[in-house]
Design a protein around this ligand. Structure first.
Ligand code: ADE
Ligand code: ZN
Length: 341
């Protein structure tokens, strides 16, 4: 994949990236060794092979990806592991010219593996502060709760987060959505809204009942942004609603495609929503564990597969700024940088 100088040099914003999906091969193997964990792969290259092991349908692709993600993030056993993977991401973000990122983390997974909630969030916040000083990358943390875990576990996690309210900008949902409907988390979202968090949720692409998931996320959970959410394009009234309400759509063009060409169906939704004027942005999701690639390569893939002009790629970044939760002064400054670019 060739990446143009225009894409490489563009000031970038990333709104949909999971810190546990950014762990590069050698770092992952070092962490696993240190923690005495045997990974289900022999070499870093095997990670994608496992991830690709069952692609018989979009649902099986999601399941097999999540199994692979669990194997990788299962090696994280100490707060220092979280610090290290975050710093590794930030150094990559600097190379990518990412100016600002809203990064997701999954504390339930950390706690299950013996890393206390406090240790995990404090390590991530330390990395955020160190990265600002060292790499000049600004960022905020989004706390994701897992859809396949119970409501009680999510509510308990939210209450553990109370002390860190100022360090967590938003609450979201991720993991396996099939049969885990948004309604299950209504009390959680009501609590999170009352505590002043911004709200977002994954609505993975091309899954069973996608449209119902999206509708319920918008109307019951009242999220301000959708992670993925592209299937809405296939329903005129739903996509119109997203447009009129100014809901951000944090899309990932290389989802399921291991960084190569983007699936046609995904491209059709991205193109359609951009042309409608929806606040759609392009993001990387899980650059290593999903093989979706770092942001520049995801943008280059989208450009190659979807025929987006340089100005349209810039528009995705402007949409990201508009639908982000950064401070107003930072929005103004980044919009002006993009405008001049
Ligand atoms: N966890 C990490 N990435 C995810 C995705 N795209 N969908 C659901 N859960 C995830
Ligand atoms: Zn995601």
């Amino acid at each position: 994949m060739t990446i143009s100088d225009y894409v490489l040099g563009m000031p970038k914003i990333e709104l949909h990236i999971h810190i546990e999906g950014t762990i590069e091969g050698q770092l992952l193997f070092d962490i696993a060794d240190r923690n005495g964990i045997k990974l289900p792969y022999e070499t870093p290259d095997d990670i994608l092979a496992l991830q690709n092991s069952n692609k018989t349908s979009d649902t099986e692709s999601l399941r097999s990806f999540l199994e692979c993600l669990d194997a990788s993030r299962g090696a994280l056993r100490r707060d220092t592991d979280y610090y290290e993977i975050a710093m590794s991401f930030y150094s990559r973000a600097k190379q990518e010219n990412i100016q600002y990122a809203e990064i997701m983390f999954d504390p339930q997974q950390a706690v299950r593996q013996g890393v206390p909630f406090e240790g995990c969030i404090e390590a991530l916040c330390q990395a955020r502060d160190d990265a600002l000083e060292r790499f000049h990358v600004r960022s905020q943390w989004i706390m994701n709760l897992q859809r396949d875990f119970s409501l009680e576990s999510a509510v308990e996690t939210l209450s553990n987060a109370e002390k860190y309210r100022e360090d967590i900008v938003a609450v979201g949902l991720d993991n396996f959505e099939v049969s885990n409907f948004p309604r299950k988390f209504l009390p959680l979202f009501d609590l999170a809204r009352a505590q002043g968090y911004h709200l977002t949720s994954h609505c993975d692409v091309h899954q069973p009942n996608s449209l119902n998931h999206i509708r319920d996320c918008l109307n019951l959970l009242r999220v301000e942004r959708l992670d993925h959410g592209l299937d809405a394009y296939f329903d005129e009234s739903l996509s119109q609603d997203i447009l009129e309400r100014g809901i951000g759509v944090a899309a990932c063009p290389t989802f399921y495609s291991a960084g190569e060409s983007c699936p046609d169906k995904t491209m059709e939704c991205i193109r359609g929503m951009l042309d409608m004027g929806v606040l759609i942005s392009l993001n990387s999701d899980d650059p290593v564990q999903l093989g979706s690639g770092w942001l520049s390569s995801a943008l280059a893939s989208a450009q190659a597969s979807g025929g987006f002009s340089d100005n349209e790629i810039k528009k995705f970044m402007q949409n990201a700024v508009q639908s982000s939760w950064m401070e107003r002064s930072q929005k103004t400054s980044l919009l002006s940088d993009l405008n001049d670019y």
